[in-house]
Design a protein. Structure first.
Length: 528
């Protein structure tokens, strides 16, 4: 069986490989035909050496050319949309329509275009001028960025073309993409589009590179290499923390998205007034994408009472009525089964589901579990094991005070949501619970489920650990996402002609916002 080449230094070349692997069709549980290499350190070394040279060239590259590449890349992806979405569906079990073709692919190209616009405008660099002290500063490229993509978003978070990729390139850094082993062929097709866009834009040929898989040891060595500027990783907590330990030991930035229970609080008067409506809303969010969204609710918090019981009965019926979908891989299925088993051993009761589904491929029954508030407080960490997939835990508290104690024990999450009555009858309970939830969630929602993540400048797709490795950054939302891959660069008494364009007295880019002697302005120097 022939093995696909890697893309290093502008060319598709035979990998220096220790072996090969194939992806699987999770809907059938069968291997797919293409084989992909497990690269040795020789491939990593070649990619790092080429990226280090490309980083120097990119520092001298006009932002407009970065924008041209990102825009052209988006257009090439759109031209091959049917092929890319078809392959992604085979590798992930996600439906071509509407999930991939109508939702995820447009989001992907939109991200690329937003990143292009940010690169061209340059305001993301936050140019700052203090004329009286001869000081000027802005954000600039950090250096080569390694991107490890997740399994659940084969396009929008792909290591070649996803949000981290777009942000790193827009900030002026070359990217070494490490494909997710669940969808290597999708990543190969995106890399082909990127290669064509590179040749058209004139960017350094090593501005984008692709390897498919490495050993754990070589992955750790990669993120710690002195030539690397930073790493972006989305995936399991266990693997992410291994990489973080290696990067931290070398003093290298690494931005992690790891796990999140995304608590949803349903207050009594809200359930009393619109229980049936909330069954549909909560059920739809819990099972969206077979529960394989990083923002799917893993933990529902309710106050004991007849309305809570009616809601849980309705939610269980919805779970039972909706067929269990295809999980992304055998590994996801095995981990979900282990997690549900762990929750049961800790004391949670199965309301519905709880076992592997009797259907071809990798599938699990839609599962709802419940536990009392007092039992949760005996083992809060154990009951927060993330169930990545179609399983949700309902925690039923005795009263508001116990619910507040539970909220105080919830780990860092990407999101937290509170549903309350529109007539304000739940306001006292909301006021009691909101401070604890605000402290642990990157995004706080009212009367809205968390599974939609808008690509907006105001979005925070981040949060305290273990949601991410650092609470001060977002993986979604431009321009903020770009600054993860940048360093603050100060120029002290540097001659005008030697400054970056965005710091010159007469900034040549009229669209760039700058902080000039304490005032935000566009296109004006310190003497204006």
């Amino acid at each position: 069986m022939s093995v696909e080449p890697v893309f290093i230094d502008g060319s598709w070349r035979e990998a220096a490989a220790s072996g090969a692997f194939t992806a699987e069709n999770p809907a059938e549980g069968t291997p797919l035909p293409r084989a992909f290499p497990v690269s040795t350190w020789a491939d990593c070394e070649a990619a790092l050496a080429s990226a280090a040279e490309a980083a120097i060239a990119l520092r001298q590259t006009p932002p407009a050319r970065l924008a041209e590449f990102l825009t052209g890349f988006a257009e090439l992806i759109e031209r091959r949309a049917e092929e890319i979405c078809g392959v992604a569906a085979l590798e992930t079990g996600l439906p071509t329509a509407p999930r991939l073709r109508e939702a995820e692919l447009p989001r992907t190209t939109n991200q690329l275009r937003q990143a292009a616009a940010a690169a061209a405008e340059e305001s993301w660099k936050m140019p700052t001028i203090d004329a009286s002290n001869g000081l000027r500063a802005c954000f600039g490229p950090l250096g080569p960025v390694a991107v490890f993509g997740p399994n659940n978003f084969p396009l929008a978070f792909n290591s070649i073309g996803g949000g981290d990729f777009a942000a790193a390139l827009a900030a002026g850094n070359p990217v070494i993409g490490k494909a997710n082993t669940s969808h290597p062929d999708t990543t190969r097709l995106l890399a082909q589009c990127a290669a064509e866009a590179l040749s058209r834009s004139g960017l350094p040929r090593a501005a984008v590179q692709l390897i498919y898989r490495t050993s754990h040891a070589d992955g750790a060595r990669l993120v710690a290499d002195p030539r690397l500027g930073a790493t972006a990783y989305t995936g399991s907590r266990t693997a992410g923390l291994r990489l973080k330990a290696a990067a931290d030991a070398a003093g290298k930035p690494i931005y992690l998205e790891l796990s999140s229970v995304n608590p949803v609080v349903l207050l009594p008067a809200a359930l009393a007034g619109r229980g049936a409506e909330l069954v549909a809303e909560v059920g739809g969010s819990c099972l969206l994408g077979v529960g394989q969204f990083c923002t799917c609710p893993n933990l529902l918090l309710l106050l004991a009472g007849s309305d809570a019981e009616a809601f849980l009965e309705g939610l269980a019926a919805r779970f039972e009525a909706q067929p269990g979908g295809v999980l992304l891989s055998r590994g996801v299925l095995d981990t979900l089964a282990e997690t549900v088993g762990s929750l049961r051993e800790a004391g949670a009761d199965v309301v519905t589901g709880g076992a592997r589904a009797a259907r071809p491929g990798y599938a699990f029954q839609n599962t709802l579990l419940r536990v009392s508030g007092s039992r949760f407080l005996e083992n809060p960490r154990g009951f927060q094991t993330e169930a990545f997939g179609n399983a949700t835990l309902a925690v039923v508290a005795d009263d508001v005070e116990q619910a507040a104690a539970i909220a105080a024990q919830i780990e860092g999450s990407l999101t937290a949501a509170i549903y309350s009555a529109r007539d304000r009858r739940d306001d006292p309970a909301h006021a009691r619970l909101e401070p604890a939830l605000r402290a642990i969630a990157g995004r706080l929602l009212n009367d809205k489920m968390p599974t939609g993540v808008a690509v907006s400048p105001a979005m925070n797709h981040g949060g305290p650990y273990p949601a991410t490795g650092h609470p001060g950054f977002t993986a979604v939302g431009i321009p903020a996402a770009l600054r993860r891959f940048a360093m603050l660069q100060c120029y002290d008494n540097v001659r005008e002609e030697r400054l970056p364009d965005c710091l010159r007295t007469d900034c040549p880019n009229p669209r760039t916002w700058r902080l000039v002697d304490g005032a935000w302005t566009r296109g004006l120097g310190p003497s204006a």
